[in-house]
Design a binder for this molecule. Structure first.
Ligand code: GLN
Length: 496
C-alpha cells in the first residue's frame, strides 16, 4: 500500500482489516504515522513522541499476526492524552510541576489498550491538568487546530482539554486516541476538530492511573474519525477495575457490532432549555437538521424539558474546582515532581506550587479552597451538590419519555487562539451543553454533523441513559451516515 499519506487516512477498522489480511505490515503503518507526526510538529499536538516504543510494539504485532494470534487492536497506532500514566514514559499533565515525572506504573485504560495489541505513538498535549476549553493553558504551549483557515493567519484552537488528541486524530497523526472528559474535554475538542469523541458513563472506564482533576466527574473515553472506531476503542478501554472504587461492575458490550441497528422507533428528546440566548443561528439550524435526519430514519423526535440546565455551569464550576483543590494538594515537592527549595518547609511548599502550577490551575485551586472552607462549604459546595442531584433527576425524568437526547456539542465552532483568554467566564461558557451530562454521569458523544459558514466543523451531541452506550452509538452512527463527510481539515487538503 502506498503512498504513505493514504495510510494515515485509514479508519481504525480499515487498517485492522488490512493488517489481518496481511496486506499491510504494522511497521509500515507505524512508520507512516511517525513521518506524519514529524511533518506536522507545528501543530504541537504531542508533548512526548515515542517512535522507538511504537516500532518495538509494531514488531511484536507483526509476530502475533504472523502466528495468527491477533488481538482486537493488533498493530493499530494510537495516541494517549498525557494525563494517563504510562510506565517508563514521561507523563506531565501538561504541567511544569510534572514536567519530568516518569510513572512507575501504567493506567488501567492504557494497560488494556496495550493488552489488546494497540501501539503507542506518543503522549498528546492538553490543557494543564485538563483544565480548559482551548488547549491554551499547557506548559508546553498551545495546540493548533488543523482546521485553521488558510486565509486567516491566526490559528484556531482545537478545543480542550483533550486538544492534542483531537488535533492528532483530525490531522492523521494517529488512528485514534484516548481523551478524558470532566465537563466536556472529549466532546468539545471532537466538535472543534471534526472528529468523533465519546464520554462513556461515569465508571465505565477505570480512573486508576489517570492524573486526577475532579474525581466525581473524570471519565476516560475514545476519540477517532468514525463512530465505529470509537466503539472498537471503547471495547478495549472499558471494564470493571478493582483498583478504582467508582468503577462499575457492568459487562463490556460488543458495541461495534450493534451500530447498524438504526434508530427506527427510538424516541429522541430535544431539551427546550438548550436553546440558549445568543446561540448562533447556524448552530440552531444544525441541531434541527440533525433532528430531521433522525426522524427521516424512523425515530420519533419530541421536545423535552431539563429545567435545571441553567444551573449546570455554576454548579460544575464549584464542584470541579473544589475536587481539584483537594486532588492537587499532593503536588507539594516532597515525593515526586518539581521541588523548589525554600527557607523552610512552608516556603518550599509555596515556591514549588507557585512556580509549578500555571495561572488557570492556581485560579481553580483558589476557587475550590474557598468553596470548601469553613463558613462557605454549606453555602457553595453543599448547595452545588444539591443542585447536582436536581440536574440528575431532570435527566431521569426525561429518560422516562425518551431513549436519547440530541443537542449541539458546543455553542460555537473553533475560535482563534488568544480569544477568550482574558475572560475565564467566556471560556467556561463553552461547556454549557456538555457539563449537564457530566454532572449526571451519563454517556454522551459528539459526532461531526456539518460545517459552519466559515467551513469549520460543528458537532452534535447525543446523551443517553447511564450504561446505555449502545443507544448513544447507534444514534451517533445514524447521524454520521446522514451527515456525509468525510471531514478533511484544510491543512490536509492543501497538502494533497
Ligand atoms: N472545560 C472544562 C473545564 O475547564 C472541562 C474540562 C474537562 O472536561 N477536563 O473544566
Amino acid at each position: 500500500m502506498s503512498p504513505r499519506s493514504d495510510l494515515t487516512r485509514l479508519s481504525l477498522s480499515e487498517a485492522r482489516t488490512l493488517l489481518r489480511e496481511r496486506r499491510l505490515a504494522p511497521r509500515e503503518l507505524v512508520e507512516a504515522h511517525i513521518e506524519a507526526m514529524a511533518a506536522l510538529r507545528r501543530l504541537n499536538a504531542f508533548i512526548t513522541e515515542t517512535p522507538e516504543r511504537a516500532l518495538q510494539m509494531a514488531a511484536e504485532s507483526e509476530e502475533r499476526l504472523r502466528r495468527g494470534e491477533a488481538r482486537p487492536l493488533e498493530g493499530l497506532p494510537i495516541a494517549v492524552k498525557d494525563l494517563f500514566c504510562t510506565a517508563g514514559v514521561r507523563t506531565t499533565a501538561a504541567s511544569r510541576i510534572l514536567e519530568n515525572f516518569v510513572p512507575p506504573y501504567e493506567s488501567t485504560v492504557t494497560r488494556k489498550l496495550w493488552e489488546a495489541g494497540a501501539v503507542l505513538l506518543g503522549k498528546t498535549n492538553l490543557d494543564e491538568f485538563a483544565m480548559g476549553s482551548a488547549n491554551v493553558t499547557s506548559h508546553f504551549g498551545p495546540v493548533t487546530n488543523p482546521w485553521t483557515l488558510p486565509a486567516d493567519p491566526r490559528p484556531r484552537v482545537p478545543g480542550g482539554s483533550s486538544g492534542g488528541s483531537a488535533a492528532a486524530v483530525a490531522a492523521g497523526l494517529c488512528l485514534g486516541a484516548t481523551g478524558t472528559d470532566t465537563g466536556g474535554s472529549i466532546r468539545q475538542p471532537a466538535s472543534f476538530c471534526g472528529i468523533v469523541g465519546l464520554k462513556p458513563t461515569y465508571g465505565r472506564c477505570s480512573r486508576f492511573g489517570i492524573v486526577a482533576f475532579a474525581s466525581s466527574l473524570d471519565q476516560a473515553g475514545p476519540m477517532a474519525r468514525s463512530v465505529a472506531d470509537c466503539a472498537l476503542l471503547l471495547e478495549a478501554m472499558a471494564g470493571f477495575d478493582p483498583h478504582d472504587s467508582t468503577s462499575g461492575d457492568v459487562p463490556v458490550e460488543p458495541w461495534s457490532q450493534r451500530l447498524e441497528e438504526g434508530v427506527r422507533g427510538l424516541r429522541i428528546g430535544l431539551p427546550r432549555e438548550y436553546r440558549v440566548a445568543g446561540m448562533p443561528e447556524e448552530i440552531e439550524t444544525l441541531w434541527l437538521r440533525g433532528a430531521r435526519w433522525l426522524e427521516e430514519q424512523g425515530a420519533e423526535v419530541r421536545e423535552i424539558s431539563l429545567p435545571h440546565t441553567r444551573y449546570a455551569l455554576p454548579t460544575y464550576y464549584i464542584i470541579a474546582p473544589a475536587e481539584a483543590s483537594s486532588n492537587l494538594a499532593r503536588y507539594d515537592g516532597m515525593r515526586f515532581g518539581l521541588r523548589v527549595e525554600g527557607k523552610d518547609l512552608t516556603d518550599t511548599y509555596e515556591r514549588t506550587r507557585g512556580e509549578g502550577f500555571g495561572k488557570e490551575v492556581r485560579r481553580r485551586i483558589l476557587i475550590g479552597t474557598y468553596a470548601l472552607s469553613a463558613g462557605y462549604y454549606d453555602a457553595y459546595y453543599l448547595k452545588a451538590l444539591k443542585v447536582r442531584r436536581r440536574i440528575r433527576e431532570d435527566f431521569e425524568a426525561a429518560f422516562g419519555e425518551v431513549d436519547a437526547i440530541l443537542t449541539p456539542t458546543a455553542p460555537s465552532p473553533a475560535f482563534r487562539q488568544g480569544e477568550k483568554e482574558d475572560d475565564p467566564v467566556a471560556m467556561y461558557l463553552n461547556d454549557v451543553f456538555t457539563v449537564p451530562a457530566s454532572l449526571a454521569g451519563l454517556p454522551a458523544i459528539s459526532v461531526p454533523a456539518g460545517l459552519s459558514r466559515e467551513e469549520l466543523p460543528l458537532g452534535l451531541q447525543v446523551i443517553g441513559r447511564a450504561w446505555d452506550e449502545t443507544t448513544v452509538l447507534r444514534v451517533a452512527r445514524a447521524l454520521e451516515q446522514a451527515a456525509g463527510g468525510p471531514w478533511i481539515p484544510h491543512l490536509l487538503r492543501e497538502a494533497s
